[in-house]
Design a protein around this ligand. Structure first.
Ligand SMILES: O=P(O)(O)OC[C@@]1(O)O[C@H](CO)[C@@H](O)[C@@H]1O
Length: 308
């Protein structure tokens, strides 16, 4: 099974309307709410692909209970540790007329030192039973900033590869622990490396300890720098919809490919098609299965020469 870790689990609220009126009242057309946080979304996609997965992380309060009930209703296996403070909500506002999405992220709970130690005990039990671990999303307050580095180290003791999707210090401070793969987006890559050139940034993250780097570049697709070579994979067309969760779909495909040992070009093709199909799904964590099948053969993958 693939273990996903969501330390800052969320109740994701999605509003759909034509366009936001700043400083005005906004009546939404549809409102939906479901369990989220990046690792949860990765597990949803893995589950839809037929890959066994277990969700772990931290969840608390009434929002935490709602998250767990929603996961149970979706048939997803979870081993979340209950914490005292309330898990956060996120609100994604999808403007259908503009094709824009705006996200509001509550800060989430403060995790106590005892709770963090409790999570480490749980993780020590779960990680050795996994074929891969996915660490995704922001760290809640109270969790040490090297948390992901510690979790990578604990998995690697058992030979379990780790995929990391994080930003800021949570990314930079854990590269030395040797994740098998990191998946920053363009802004995260620039923040971590100080360069706006994705290829140079990806090579810098590899030099800092990541075995492979796949940067998600929105409509330009994915750029991969790996020990086997570098590739750029692009979708055949610009996809309009809700991009929230598109990166998580890419992480799910890349992790499934890592576990199966799928050759990189095919791994990237699937990740781009799945990510595009996720944009077509109204809610994060979902994807349009028919669009995935249609887009898969149309994704272009070309080798990139690192010296250029
Ligand atoms: O604050 P984080 O943990 O970085 O991101 C949280 C989040 O916006 O990411 C997902 C989309 O990737 C949403 O489902 C989720 O709630």
């Amino acid at each position: 099974m693939i273990l996903t870790v969501t330390l800052n689990a969320a109740l994701d609220v999605t509003y759909q309307l034509d366009r936001i009126q700043r400083r005005g009242s906004n009546r939404v057309r549809t409102a939906a709410q479901r369990a989220g946080g990046k690792g949860v979304n990765v597990s949803r996609v893995l589950d839809a692909l037929g890959r066994p997965t277990v969700i772990t992380g931290l969840a608390g309060g009434r929002n935490g209970l709602t998250v767990r009930a929603d996961l149970a209703a979706a048939g997803l296996r979870e081993q979340l540790l209950t914490i005292e403070q309330e898990s956060r909500r996120t609100v994604a506002v999808v403007e259908e007329a503009e094709g824009d999405t705006t996200i509001f992220l509550e800060p989430g709970p403060v995790v106590s030192a005892t709770e963090w130690r409790g999570f480490l005990d749980l993780y020590r039990e779960l990680a050795p039973t996994a074929s891969a671990v996915v660490l995704s999303g922001s760290l809640p307050l109270g969790v040490p900033r090297d948390a992901y580095g510690v979790l990578i180290g604990l998995a690697r003791i058992h030979g379990v590869p780790v995929v990391l999707d994080a930003d800021g210090a949570a990314l930079s401070d854990s590269l030395a622990a040797g994740p098998a793969l990191v998946k920053p987006n363009a802004a995260e890559l620039e923040r971590a490396t100080g360069t706006g050139d994705p290829l140079a940034g990806a090579l810098a993250l590899r030099a800092a300890g990541a075995r492979a780097v796949v940067a998600s570049l929105g409509p330009a697709g994915l750029l991969a720098c790996t020990p086997e070579g570098s590739w750029q994979a692009r979708p055949p067309e610009r996809i309009a919809g809700n991009p929230t969760g598109a990166g998580d779909a890419a992480v799910a495909a890349l992790t499934a490919g890592l576990v199966a040992g799928t050759p990189w070009p095919e791994r990237l093709r699937r990740a781009v098609a799945l990510s595009a199909a996720a944009v077509l799904s109204p809610l994060a964590g979902g994807f349009d299965a028919a669009a995935y099948r249609r887009l898969l053969p149309l994704v272009s993958v070309r080798a990139v020469h690192e010296g250029i």
